[in-house]
Design a protein around this ligand. Structure first.
Ligand code: NAG
Ligand code: NAG
Ligand code: CU
Length: 627
């Protein structure tokens, strides 16, 4: 972050704050330092009018309702109908399993080329490609026409990177995939004149995958833009395949309703440390949300917030106290009962001036977990401890339904350049290079394993990780610097891959996968299983959009499956709440050993609903040049 970040969301009129803080002269937002007329052309399109009438008090601010007394919300869907099949309060199956045999062997790290641009935000595109977005800075990767770029596509098989031509500054943007298979990146930062980026505060960047390595980012701010400036925004794909973001307001992409932002009491209350809030779509269509030390369930359709119990023991779980977080796998065994997990973060007081914080302040060891149904919410947060403290961890769902936590530091907080005792500009120190594994179905107190070798490089602020289709974990980034830096802790371009023990085991394979899986329909895969396999399972996963320790829309849903001979008949998710329409990856497990995964479209692949009146109203109210 830039030093101003924590303050940036203090005011609801976020743009005005950002403006004042990001550039000393509030008149210059987005139009600072023009270098030529050519560069100026069209630039006004990237300047967005912030209309304060969207702020608190003007839009109806929903009164937060307490979940107590209305836990029935967990027993019905957003449309009032019965909940997603199989999703209701029930007790978990007894825990038997110690860590399964797939973890008995050795894990190894390997170097895997460079990411071309610093890997601040990443997402897997297809079986071989990862999109990498950075902030606009002087990366070594150049466009053919000259000039540094801040977006790239990395090939897993060749380890080559090709530049992407982003127009706007994607500094600390968020993003996700929508139902038609297009990647949407939202928000960012004002222009960086030395790399010719334009103002990305209200940017919407679209990337539709291709097979010829030619596709690029599409930006057209005259038609496609956010309602207001968003830095550190989160998104979640909704049941209709669209995307929501927040600033302390929410909005939808494509726009819905009147197309204008919706004020959020919850996000307002969660200031200051509400950046990159954590959002998980629940099987009943509501959205779980956590920011700072608070949590709630949001009824998107009716704009009702229901606050949950605070995270225990004063632990902050969002930036700059970034915890590793996941929606735990939704499985047949747990009856698709949603549970959320937060591990690490900080107990530092983040309401004081950052200059009073120290990069040596120990991170939290605490994990907090809650089941989100009537019974789970009544029970509240269940606290566990990691083997060691960690801030800025990444929680990666693994194909055997365990959770790997990689990256981060044992002390300090996220961000750079504004606390005491920094190393270089890093607000965190004591990198944690050893991954840990969490088995959600293990017995409390016995869920963690740390039998992993250490990675070679530190992965601090602005580092990322994702599962890739062959089952390895791709780790990249780390850049706690304002600009590309070679000083400790340097801007890291090196990519590393972790191979879990299952990579060298005899693994199942499958073929005959459909390109699309329609809701509730059955599909038959032809499988080849290691000898003596007793149990076969199938899953669909969203590998998420990873940035700042938040894996937006990451989820894992087991498919009901029956085996006859070598034919495995799987049933696609029954409801959009279990898996919202959009891309995913299918794989099978044979006695816990995963196959490789392949890409699938869940749902028909249609574009999300488009409301022309919402778009028109959004354009009307956000058109024009700022100041
Ligand atoms: C970033 O680094 C580049 C290359 O060294 C330099 O031209 C530019 O001025 C730097 N920008 C800032 C904001 O320091
Ligand atoms: C997907 O939908 C979005 C939003 O309407 C649209 O901008 C984009 O072009 C669509 N992508 C494809 C591949 O149709
Ligand atoms: Cu950032």
């Amino acid at each position: 972050m830039a030093p101003s970040t924590r303050l940036a969301l203090v005011a609801l009129s976020a743009l005005l704050s950002l403006k004042a803080l990001a550039h000393p002269d509030p008149q210059t937002l987005g139009i600072v330092d023009f270098t030529s007329d050519a560069d100026l052309a069209g630039d006004e399109l990237f300047d967005y009018l912030h209309d304060d009438s969207y702020a608190e008090g003007v839009l109806p601010a929903p009164e937060p309702a307490d979940y107590e007394g209305d836990s029935s919300i967990f027993e019905r869907s957003v449309d009032g109908s019965a909940v997603a099949e199989g999703w209701h309060a029930h007790s978990l199956q007894p825990h038997k399993r110690a860590l399964s045999k797939v973890w008995s062997g050795k894990s190894t790290w390997a170097q895997a080329g460079v990411s071309g641009v610093a890997a601040m935000q990443i997402t897997l595109v297809d079986n071989d490609h990862i999109v990498v977005y950075d902030k606009a800075e002087t990366n070594p990767l150049y466009k053919k026409t000259g000039g540094s770029v801040w977006g790239a596509v990395y090939s897993i098989s060749t380890k080559k990177v090709r530049p992407l031509d982003l127009k706007t500054n994607s500094f600390c943007a968020g993003g996700g995939w929508i139902s038609n298979g297009t990647l949407v990146s939202v928000g960012g930062n004002p222009r960086q004149q030395y790399v010719y980026s334009k103002n990305g505060l209200a940017a919407v960047r679209l990337f539709t995958p291709c097979t010829n390595d030619k596709c690029d980012v599409y930006e057209n701010p005259s038609r496609i833009r956010l309602t207001s400036s968003r830095w550190y925004p989160s998104t979640v794909r909704l049941t209709d395949g669209s995307d929501a973001t927040d600033n302390p307001t929410f909005e939808f992409f494509p726009p819905k309703g009147d197309g204008l932002p919706i004020y959020s009491n919850f996000l307002h209350t969660a200031l200051n440390s509400n950046l990159f809030p954590v959002l998980w779509l629940l099987p009943n269509g509501y959205v779980f949300m956590a920011a700072n030390q608070q949590a709630m369930v949001y009824d998107v359709k009716n704009n009702v917030e229901r606050h949950l119990k605070k995270l225990p023991n004063g632990v902050t779980i969002t930036y700059p106290g970034s915890a590793a977080t996941a929606l735990l796998p939704l499985t047949v065994a747990n009856n698709y009962r949603p549970e959320v997990l937060f591990c690490g973060g900080t107990t530092a007081n983040l309401d004081i001036n950052p200059s009073q914080l120290s990069a040596t302040y120990p991170a939290s060891k605490q994990c907090s977990r809650m089941a989100l149904d009537g019974a789970g919410v009544k029970k509240g947060w269940i606290v566990e401890e990691m083997p060691s403290p960690r801030v800025m961890g990444d929680a990666i769902l693994l194909p055997d339904a365990t959770v790997l936590i990689v990256n981060g530091a044992a002390a300090g907080v996220a961000g750079y350049g504004n606390v005491r005792d920094e190393v270089g500009a890093s607000n965190a120190r004591t990198p944690v290079k050893q991954p840990i594994l969490y088995d959600p179905t293990g017995a409390v107190g016995k869920r963690f394993s740390n039998k992993f070798p250490k990675a070679k490089y530190e992965r601090l602020y602005h580092s990322t990780a994702t599962l890739i289709p062959d089952g390895r974990i791709w780790v990249a980034g780390s850049n706690p610097n304002d600009n590309v830096s070679k000083k400790e802790y340097a801007t890291r371009y090196q990519v590393e891959m972790l191979s879990p023990p299952y990579m060298s085991m005899s693994r199942p394979t499958f073929s005959g996968q459909p390109a699309k899986m329609l809701y509730g329909k059955q599909y038959t895969l032809t499988v080849s299983l290691p000898k003596g396999t007793k149990k076969v399972q199938a899953f669909v996963m969203d590998l998420g959009y990873s940035t700042h320790g938040v894996h937006m829309s990451q989820r894992m849903v087991e498919l009901a499956a029956t085996l006859k001979g070598n034919k495995l008949t799987v049933t696609a998710p029954k409801t959009t709440g279990l898996y919202p329409p959009g891309p995913g990856w299918i794989h099978i497990l044979a006695d816990g050993v995963p196959s490789k995964s392949t890409k699938v479209m869940v749902g028909p692949g249609n574009s999300p609903p488009v409301s022309q009146s919402a778009i028109a109203n959004m354009l009307k109210h956000t058109k024009g040049s700022a100041s």
